[in-house]
Design a protein around this ligand. Structure first.
Ligand SMILES: Cc1cc2nc3c(=O)[nH]c(=O)nc-3n(C[C@H](O)[C@H](O)[C@H](O)COP(=O)(O)OP(=O)(O)OC[C@H]3O[C@@H](n4cnc5c(N)ncnc54)[C@H](O)[C@@H]3O)c2cc1C
Length: 317
């Protein structure tokens, strides 16, 4: 199985999602990475330690903005030159655009929301939760190359210590691909780890009562060196940013510790955090569904429990 893995980079570092996919691809056969945009050559060699035998790089000016169409051109060029069996992506907003654009360009099949990959009888097989994650199904591809996008947080990067040959290439850009320009880019200010990278997540739900309720969640997360997560109910209500939403239509996370405060445990939230190491739930309703799948359940008022927990953590820090 010969795979090409799209690796995104940000602030001089390769993103965890792509590196996790790369490690899995390398365990199934020959894996190459592709890194595009400004600074690509500087970060590319790191991919060798995560399983890439080769990394293709291009930092043409057409790729300087994080826009999808020139990346579709670049990947289509590489597919033409290297004929991989599969082109794989870690899920992100950009890679979703690139993967779907590439599928259209190559008339290739794209399976997404995969949580694992394997090879059966020489063929690539994807694992995909379906029907609200209540069943797990195997999915395949009819054509070639096989395009696959892996759920964020599903595959952890594993450092294997190898090294990669870095090879520049020249994509053929289509006129229509470079018509869009990036007018403005802003960055949300945040401190502490992002929820995708955090080892500890303290998440808040409607039980917080108001947007101000997040203050005690932020304080506990800061004391633990963790990140803040949220349910869709509070994100939809405008209490907390969408980037922190955990669940079916948000992010899939798998921290070592997930503390759910005032969260009922709806299936759509559960599917985004059930892979966490230890799940602690604080809820005043002893019949809340979250108590059916948490590891430690605390029945009580979060407004009393969370600040005390923060104090305790600080006193031990
Ligand atoms: C297609 C679809 C996709 C969805 N995607 C997502 C998703 O990605 N992520 C997601 O989270 N949801 C998602 N949802 C919504 C999901 O179904 C639930 O509505 C949502 O998760 C509920 O959020 P919540 O737990 O914050 O609120 P609620 O269900 O209202 O629960 C609040 C909880 O707080 C408890 N509580 C209240 N006061 C206190 C207190 N003082 N102390 C302690 N506990 C208290 C209550 O007992 C209750 O259990 C989706 C729904 C649909 C239909």
């Amino acid at each position: 199985m010969k795979s090409l893995v799209f690796l995104e980079h940000y602030h001089g570092a390769l993103e965890k999602g792509g590196l996790g996919v790369l490690g899995k691809a390398a365990s199934l056969g020959e894996a190459a990475g592709v890194v595009l945009g400004e600074g690509a050559a500087d970060v590319a060699s790191v991919a060798g330690a995560f399983g890439a035998a080769k990394v293709y790089v291009c930092d043409s000016p057409e790729l300087s903005s994080p826009l999808p169409q020139p990346r579709v051109d670049a990947l289509a060029t590489l597919v033409g030159e290297t004929s991989p069996d599969a082109v794989l992506f870690g899920a992100s907003v950009l890679s979703a655009d690139v993967a779907s654009g590439l599928a259209a360009r190559l008339d290739a099949g794209l399976n997404w929301d995969l949580t694992d990959l394997s090879v059966k009888d020489g063929d690539l097989v994807g694992t995909r939760p379906a029907l609200g994650d209540s069943v797990i199904v195997d999915v395949g591809w009819k054509g070639s190359p096989k395009l696959g996008m892996i759920r964020s947080g599903a595959l952890d990067p594993v450092e294997s210590g190898g090294s990669a040959e870095v090879e520049p290439f020249e994509p053929t850009f289509s006129d229509f691909s470079t018509l869009a320009t990036l007018v403005e880019q802003t960055q949300e200010e945040s401190s502490g780890p992002s929820i995708e990278d955090a080892d500890i997540i303290v998440a808040g739900g409607r039980g917080l009562g108001s947007p101000e309720g997040f203050t005690i969640i932020e304080e506990l997360a800061a004391a633990l060196g963790g990140a803040v997560g949220a349910t869709r109910a509070v994100v939809d209500a405008g209490w907390y940013p969408y980037a922190t939403q955990v669940g079916q239509t948000g992010k899939t996370v798998s921290p070592r510790l997930y503390i759910a405060c005032g969260i009922s445990g709806a299936i759509q939230h559960k599917v985004g955090m059930q892979g966490s190491g230890t799940i602690v739930a604080i809820n005043k309703d002893p019949n809340a569904p979250i108590f059916d799948f948490c590891d430690i359940g605390v029945v009580g008022d979060l407004h009393q429990i969370v600040p005390k927990l923060t104090e305790l953590v600080r006193s031990r820090g």
